[in-house]
Ligand binder design. Sequence first.
Ligand code: 7TS
Length: 413
Amino acid sequence: MEPKQSELLDVEAIRKDFPILQREFDGTQLVYLDNAATSQTPDQVIDTIADYYRETNANVHRGLHQLSQEASIAYENAHDRVAEFIGAEGREEVVFTKNATESMNTVAYAWGLAELGPGDEIVMTEMEHHAALVTWQQIAKKTGAEVKYIPVDEEGYLDMDAARELITDDTEMVSVVHVSNTLGTINPVSELADIAHDHDSLIFVDGAQSVPHMPVDVQDIDADFFAFSGHKMLGPTGIGVLYGKEHLLEEMQPYLYGGMMISKVTFEDSTWHELPWKFEAGTPVISQGIALAEACDYLDDIGMENVEHHGERLAEYAYDQLSEFEGIQILGPPGDDRAALVSFNLGSVHAHDTSEILNDFAVAVRAGDHCTQPLHDKLGIAASARASFYIYNTKAEVDKLVEALEETEALFA
Ligand code: 7TS
């Protein structure tokens, strides 16, 4: 079904905030469809970073001087803002990290190494991003725990019957991706949380592709841990978030040691600072955190329901248009039940060739395994091309993608 532009966001106004979208390559305007890799940054967020360095830059929690106090307050408030954005109880539950990957490693090392051992099981899905898959796989090797995978069915959905069998009283951690960055599947994470909790297991949700695109409430989901990155939601690179239930973070030992994360240090021993600072060793991600709070404001001004609707309708339109190509393989669920991305292979054309030719038309998509190699292996393909959308993309840009694909098809005919 073709969405009317009026049903979507006021993209023309939004695009004015993103100067990079005006870039041209050999006289052709950029069509940026690689948002699942990283989103573009609005002036409001860029200005927040520049203003911070122009007016407020100081190290936090150290100085009693005015600048340091202002920087500290802004940095602490950024935790409150992010907590509000994801429905956490408060700043105690929001740890700033470098990216979603570091958030996962924090839990894997701080909780996993201490709690897991032979006989314990970690249940993941076949559609996990390497950030979770490789991390838990390696922690399992270190601890003697076993990893199991919930299968993905032919349509790209999780086999929930298998999930109910795989998650048992031996399961200590269920680690699931909320939205697949390859298939576009939106997983039933609340249901998985219920199953996990019925067996006294914890659940870790990888929200790298959900928080930027839909309303997320970590307490509604009942996630024990939840991770995402700032750079996929209009924020800068260099900031990720780890949400954890307060009592769990309280019980966990820190993952990184050093300054800022301590309370009392003697030559013999140390005690830890209160949450969340216990997990933020060294000089933290100050400007990035403050800018992420601004990105939350920007998204909330649009409304996360509207963000979600826009992305999903564009993906549905793209899915329908791409389906017209003979011999195309589209990965994942039907067009009306997917997140804001479409991965595909155009007949026998290699995804890297597709993406290179699209680049000649200034259409930016990603090609490769999207950090889901085992999933691609299961699907029997080496790679796929992926178009992923965000608030500033238009139906006309999807049409440009389709036109460029027609040229690609003609070249390989
Ligand atoms: N989890 C998912 C589902 C992701 O899509 C990504 C990044 C990550 C975790 C890791 O995020 P990072 O910020 O720590 O790197 N995904 C992609 C992608 O699809 N293309 O480039 C990065």
